[in-house]
Ligand binder design. Sequence first.
Ligand SMILES: Cc1cc2nc3c(=O)[nH]c(=O)nc-3n(C[C@H](O)[C@H](O)[C@H](O)COP(=O)(O)OP(=O)(O)OC[C@H]3O[C@@H](n4cnc5c(N)ncnc54)[C@H](O)[C@@H]3O)c2cc1C
Length: 261
Amino acid sequence: MSLRIVVCVKYVPDATGDRHFAEDLTTDRDAVDGLLSELDEYAVEQALQIAEAADDAEITVLTVGPEDAKDALRKALSMGADKGVHVEDDDLHGTDVVGTSLVLAKAVAHVGYDLVLCGMASTDGTMGVLPAILAERLGVPQVTLLSEVSVADGTVTGRRDGDAASEQLQAQLPAVVSVTDQSGEARYPSFKGIMAAKKKPVESLDLSDLGIDADEVGLGGAWTKVEDAAKRPERTAGTIVKDEGEGGKQLAEFLVSQKFI
Ligand SMILES: Cc1cc2nc3c(=O)[nH]c(=O)nc-3n(C[C@H](O)[C@H](O)[C@H](O)COP(=O)(O)OP(=O)(O)OC[C@H]3O[C@@H](n4cnc5c(N)ncnc54)[C@H](O)[C@@H]3O)c2cc1C
């Protein structure tokens, strides 16, 4: 039977752009170009390698995001994924990680899966917690932050590198796995891949398709609330400490005044 892989990919604001909050203190996603989160390219790459090693596999890339999030799906499809699923709904505006994980869990279940692959964190929210919440919602094992991953005989195996040691981890499928930026360079889409991606199917779903009430997501359903946000102060020239015998003391006083020590 075909190995069903679902890769969760996020469409994020370009980190090199000038990013702002909108009036309701959510990220102003219209003001800046977006792209497939670079950390999710590693998840797509691992999915492709697992599929290449399997006899029969199908890769679905899944995103929850606005209209333009289709661009993230097209990039993943041009790398080699087979089909896309896009969850888009006006009521998603302001959804936090708890709501996003609910939508992804319902969408993953809708698609059908043996293995869900995620990045280690998104490059905008950078919480790194979504894969764990998703696994909990699906009621399957989570094997997170792997820098090496393989699948054989219904089991996913991988290596998680810590500061002091590396762990070898294993779980029965179905499971949720997240991979790090050490898992292997993501391939560039070929010209053939880019052309082929235009013809690959992308299914669009909204909240009602997934049986989710609007009040479970959006700003109203969020467990967190941004109370206030201020623009980062402009960079100043800084303080130059000239060492004329008292440099160390002045440096220490400066660090104390800034509450560093
Ligand atoms: C239109 C829209 C508006 C939003 N508004 C807000 C808001 O106002 N406040 C707020 O707190 N959050 C908001 N979110 C949710 C937020 O952007 C994150 O998607 C969510 O909080 C997950 O946190 P993270 O990105 O830090 O995930 P992490 O835990 O860092 O992500 C880990 C991995 O999870 C997967 N993943 C994460 N998000 C998605 C996704 N959307 N689609 C597919 N895969 C994903 C990726 O594989 C990623 O590498 C919004 C999301 C959308 C789509």
